[in-house]
Design a protein around this ligand. Structure first.
Ligand code: 5RP
Length: 234
């Protein structure tokens, strides 16, 4: 296992130790870091920890099931105690860019359905200011090029006049999210100065379903480090 994967696993173990308690209702995040956490969680469930869990993507459904974690429909679970998820970038105020795995919509819904969100990551995800990672914007398929033009204009109004926006592709096909939408990746960098107003402005565009700026959700982070240690920041 690479040092980075080991750091992700360390973060997953530490977040359970610090924040997960018997009887909780949990939201399980998406992406490789979250999947390390889910596999670790499966061991606790096998040892008798009682949890009620729902997930933020079909990919995490599969990992949870493989790990022996029973899942509850998000419509049946009610308010969650805690969601644990990973970022693509996170600053020290816990503002994030998410959506590198195209799961941002379900991730944001589940984060908001939770009393608390804690972010887990390895140390490479921490930045002074957001912006290097291309900002994902989930858009409906209908007239997506029109929506793209409006996204470009909105970025321009927020001082990002030179964004390069591309529909996400994989193996020559457009990526389609778990909700059936496209992803526009917006290279805005190197710095997004004011992520909170930009998050709101992007979501006002007809055709935009959600964007990958998470500026209100996380209240802490657990960082797995390459030397095998971990830190908790609240
Ligand atoms: C998916 C996400 C992921 O949580 C994010 O991309 C982090 O993934 P990883 O842990 O693999 O780096 O936002 O939409």
């Amino acid at each position: 296992m690479s040092a980075q994967d080991e750091a992700k696993r360390v973060a997953g173990r530490r977040v359970i130790e610090e924040f997960v308690r018997d009887g909780m209702k949990l939201g399980l995040g998406s992406g490789t870091t979250s999947h390390f956490f889910v596999r670790e969680l499966g061991k606790h469930v096998a040892d008798g920890m009682r949890l009620t869990c729902t997930t933020t993507s079909r990919a995490t459904n599969q990992v949870a099931q493989e790990s022996g974690i029973k899942l509850t429909d998000p419509n049946e679970i009610g308010e969650l105690d805690l969601t644990i998820d990973g970022p693509d970038e996170i600053d020290r105020q816990f503002n994030m860019i998410k959506g590198g795995g195209a799961c941002l919509l379900w991730e944001k819904i589940i984060a908001h359905a939770s009393k608390r969100m804690i972010t887990i990551c390895d140390e490479t995800k921490i930045v002074d200011r957001l912006g290097s990672f291309p900002l994902p914007v989930e858009v409906v398929q209908f007239a997506w090029k029109q929506t793209q033009r409006m996204v470009e204009a909105t970025l321009g109004h927020h001082g990002i006049g030179n964004a390069v926006i591309e529909r996400r592709m994989r193996d020559g096909q457009p990526v389609v999210t778990d909700s059936g939408n496209f992803i526009l990746d917006c290279r805005c960098g190197p710095v997004l100065d004011e992520p909170a107003p930009l998050e709101i402005a992007l979501n006002r565009i007809p055709g935009v379903v959600e964007n990958g700026l998470f500026t209100r959700e996380s209240s802490g982070m657990v960082i797995g480090k390459f030397d095998g240690t971990s830190d908790v920041h609240l």
